[in-house]
Write a protein that binds this ligand. Structure first.
Ligand code: 0RQ
Length: 503
C-alpha cells in the first residue's frame, strides 16, 4: 500500500471498506468506476450492500442511483442488485440480477449512448453527483491518480462528485502507469473546440487522473483481480460470420474503397465479436489499427501476431487467461495500447474523422435494415445499447451481425419488423449472419428486403418472409417500405404465445 500511495495525506485517510461505505447515504447518486469486468471497485460495493440489507431488515429504505462506465461484475452490480439497493441504474448493465429486477419493474434503468454519459452529467441533465467510488492503480506524490484497467467515466466522476472514495487495488499491475491518455480539453457548449485526435494511437492528454485532494474522504486498500467473462471458442456459426466479413473487407480493398491496412476497427462485446476478431487474425491483413471501447482477448492476440499495430480503448476486458498473457508481456503491450475516457473512445467527432469499421452484434434485424440490439420480444432488456450507437451512426462502415436463428431455431433473427429499434435503417450498412452478407449501401427499402431475406435469413424462414413482403407490396397504403401493420409483429407474438416463430 505504501508503495502505491505516494501522497502522504491519502495514506492518512486509509479506512476499511465498511467505514468508507458508511459515507454513502440513502438516495445518493453514486458514480462508480468500471467498464465491463475491468477497473470496478471491489470492496466498497459489497460493504454498502451489507449496510443496505441491514437497513432493509430494520424496515428502512436504502437505495442509491448507480452510475458507471458500462457493465461491471458480480462484486458491484450483482451485490447491489441482490441487496435491492439500486433505484436508478445508468448507463449499461449485463448482470443477471440487475436484468431480472429491471424486467420485473423493480429497478429503473436509463439505457443511453455511452458517449452521452459524461457530457449529460456535465450539463446537469441528471442532477448532482454525490459520491464517486473509483478504483485506481496508485497515487503519485502530488496526489494525481494512476488509472486502473478501465477509464470509463472516472474523470467525470472525480470532477463532478462532492465526495470521493478511492480504492487502491494492488492486484492491478504497476506497469499500467503510462498506458492511459486522459484528455482535459473538453468544454461546455458554446465553448467547445475540436478534439485534436487524428490517428487512433495519438496521445492528446496526460497519463493521470486529477482529483481535488480536499474531496477525497476515504482511501481503501484492495488486492482483488478483475473479473471479465471467458469467451467461448469460436463455433462453426461464428466462424462463418467471420469468413463473410473477411471476404467482404478484401473485396472493399480490391475495389479501392479502403487501404490494404483497412481502416481502424471497432469491435463490440460478446462471443461473436470475439470470434470475428479471431477470423480477421487468421486472414490476410497486416498492420491494422483499432479504435474501440473494449479491448478483448481477440485484439490482444492480433497485437501479438502483428495483425494489429496499435489499439485504443477505454477498458482492458481480458479473460483471466488473456490477462496472464498481457501481464507476462506487459512492456510489449503498453507500447501498443492506449486507454482513454469513454467520452473520447466513443466520441462521434473522432469516430467520423477516423472512418472506423464498426462491427457489433445484435439481437435481431428486420428486412429493411433496422436493428434491435437490446430488447427481447420488444419488452425485456438484455444488456443495453452501450457504444453500438456511437459507432454505428458515425462509422465509415457499420456492420451488424448475428446467427440467423436463436433459441434452438425457434426464433428467426431476421423478422418483418424489429420489436424494438436501436439502430435505424439509416445507420446500418451491412448485415451478416452465417448464411451470408447483405450490403445495403445504395439500396431502397424493397431492394434491401430482397438482399436481407436471400442473404441473411435462415432458409427455413425465407418462404415466410417472402410471402410477407409480397402481400405487403399489394397493400395500397404505400409501396416504399411495404408493411402489413397487423402482422408486422405477429412473429414475436407467436413466439410469446407458442414458444416458436415458425408459422
Ligand atoms: O441468450 O444465452 O440465454 O441463450 O441473446 O446472444 O448469440 O450469445 O450473442 O453474446 O454476441 O450478444 C446483442 C446481446 C449479443 C450483445 C448482444 C439471445 C441468445 C442468448 C446472447 P441465451 P449470443 P452475444 C460496444 C458494443 C449491445 C451492446 C453493444 C449486446 C443471448 O452484443 O448486448 O453492441 N449488444 N455494444 O439466445 C431472443 C433473438 C435473440 C435472442 C439472441 N432474436 N431473440 N433472444 N438472443 N438473439 C461494447 C459495449 O457497449 C460495452
Amino acid at each position: 500500500f505504501e508503495d502505491r500511495v505516494l501522497y502522504p495525506e491519502f495514506r492518512a485517510r486509509m479506512v476499511s471498506a465498511d467505514e468508507a461505505a458508511a459515507l454513502i447515504a440513502p438516495g445518493d447518486r453514486v458514480g462508480m468506476s468500471g467498464f465491463t469486468g475491468a477497473g470496478y471497485p471491489k470492496a466498497v460495493p459489497g460493504a454498502l450492500a451489507r449496510r443496505m440489507q441491514a437497513a432493509h431488515a430494520r424496515g428502512e429504505d436504502f437505495r442509491i442511483g448507480l452510475w458507471t462506465g458500462a457493465s461491471t461484475a458480480p462484486e458491484l452490480d450483482g451485490v447491489l442488485a441482490q441487496a435491492h439497493g439500486i433505484n436508478m441504474r445508468m448507463p449499461y448493465q449485463s448482470d443477471p440480477s440487475c436484468r431480472k429486477q429491471i424486467n420485473a419493474g423493480d429497478m429503473q434503468y436509463m439505457d443511453i449512448h455511452l458517449s452521452h454519459v459524461a457530457p449529460f452529467v456535465w450539463f446537469g441533465f441528471f442532477g448532482k453527483l454525490d459520491v464517486a467510488v473509483v478504483e485506481v492503480a496508485g497515487v503519485l506524490p502530488d496526489g494525481r491518480l494512476v488509472p486502473s484497467s478501465s477509464v470509463g467515466n472516472n474523470k467525470t466522476w472525480l470532477d463532478q462528485a462532492d465526495k470521493v472514495i478511492l480504492e487502491v487495488n494492488q492486484w492491478q499491475p504497476a506497469e499500467l502507469d503510462g498506458m492511459h491518455d486522459i484528455y482535459y480539453g473538453t468544454d461546455l457548449p458554446p465553448h467547445r473546440v475540436p478534439i485534436p485526435l487524428v490517428q487512433p494511437h495519438d496521445r492528446i492528454g496526460e497519463p493521470y487522473l486529477r482529483v481535488d485532494p480536499e474531496k477525497v474522504v476515504a482511501v481503501v486498500s484492495t488486492h482483488h483481480p478483475d473479473r471479465n467473462s471467458v469467451f467461448n471458442a469460436p463455433d462453426e456459426c461464428s466462424q462463418r460470420i467471420a469468413g463473410h466479413i473477411v471476404d467482404f473487407l478484401q473485396q472493399e480493398v480490391a475495389l479501392g474503397r479502403m487501404p490494404r491496412e483497412l481502416l481502424p476497427l471497432q469491435s463490440g462485446v460478446g462471443n461473436i465479436a470475439n470470434a470475428v476478431l479471431a477470423g480477421l487474425d487468421a486472414g490476410p491483413f497486416k498492420h491494422l489499427s483499432a479504435y474501440t471501447e473494449v479491448l478483448q482477448d481477440g485484439m490482444l492476440a492480433m497485437l501479438k501476431s502483428g495483425t494489429l499495430d496499435s489499439a485504443s480503448a477505454t477498458a482492458l476486458s481480458l479473460s483471466p487467461a488473456a490477462m496472464e498473457r498481457f501481464l507476462a508481456d506487459i512492456d510489449f503491450y503498453r507500447q501498443r495500447i492506449v486507454l482513454r475516457p469513454q467520452e473520447i473512445s466513443n466520441h462521434p467527432e473522432v469516430i467520423r474523422r477516423l472512418g472506423l469499421i464498426a462491427m457489433n452484434a445484435m439481437i435481431e434485424a428486420d428486412i429493411y435494415g433496422n436493428v434491435n440490439s437490446t430488447h427481447l420480444m420488444g419488452s425485456a432488456i438484455m444488456n443495453g445499447i452501450g457504444g453500438s450507437g456511437d459507432f454505428a451512426r458515425n462509422a465509415y462502415l457499420s456492420i451488424f451481425m448475428t446467427p440467423s436463428l436463436a433459441k434452438g431455431g425457434a426464433i428467426s433473427c431476421i423478422v418483418p419488423m424489429v420489436s424494438h429499434v436501436d439502430h435505424t435503417e439509416h445507420d446500418v450498412q451491412i448485415l451478416v449472419t452465417e448464411q451470408g452478407l447483405a450490403d445495403l449501401r445504395g439500396k431502397s427499402p424493397t431492394q434491401r428486403a430482397e438482399l436481407v431475406i436471400e442473404h441473411c435469413a435462415h432458409p427455413d424462414f425465407r418462404p415466410q418472409l417472402r410471402d410477407y413482403v409480397e402481400r405487403a407490396k399489394a397493400n395500397p397504403v404505400g409501396r416504399h417500405t411495404p408493411h402489413l401493420l397487423g402482422e408486422a409483429l405477429s412473429w414475436h407474438q407467436r413466439f410469446v404465445q407458442t414458444g416458436s416463430m415458425r408459422g
